[in-house]
Design a protein around this ligand. Sequence first.
Ligand code: ADE
Length: 235
Amino acid sequence: MRIDVVSIFPSFFDVLEVSLLGRARGRGLLDVRVHDLREWTYDRHRTVDDTPYGGGAGMVMKPEPWGEALDAITADAAPLPVIIFPSPAGEVFTQATARELAQREHLVFGCGRYEGIDERVFTHAAQLGEVRLISLGDYVLNGGEVAAMAMIEAVGRLIPGVVGNPESLVEESHEEGLLEYPSYTKPAAWRGLEVPPVLLSGNHGAIASWRLEQQLERTRARRPDLLGSDHDGAS
Ligand code: ADE
């Protein structure tokens, strides 16, 4: 998968060189290219923002650098890219979104700052790829960078070969629509706290039922919104 990121803070993405995704890049599974939006400015101050038409607080990102950046990045893009603008005004990112994006060959993240990006950029981008405005959740960040990072990590780890043991992807929170069951490792007793005996029983059927029960209980307590009507009332 190819991922292009456009930002005025490209060094934010240095962290993609470490850990699982860093290794995936080294192994050629992920081709991440980070671009400084200011490469597409031509004035002495490398200006990327201006005051909003109609007045109001804050600054708006100018369309020209964005237009040129997206034109350049998508010029050699063979399959239609998905052009993602992280935005608190977008659809909410979920594991289903991550799964969907992991199927694509080319993602472009446009990270806005200030009060937003001139709306015409989205109209233009729609001629270059499939445009998605995506929010990380109902809160406001200072810009799209942290949101883009979170999405890149969630999508990247679903690419075959990135996570060593693909089975570990299946039994996670959100993959089955439920929160993950609690995990324990050795020692069996620690500071007076015991591992649930069923996990030491060797009875795989009993362990599986206990884990499912725990998943349902946790989901009901912490995230009842995740439970469809088929789970309601189950004990
Ligand atoms: N930019 C600012 N806040 C954001 C959010 N909640 N999600 C995605 N991008 C953002």
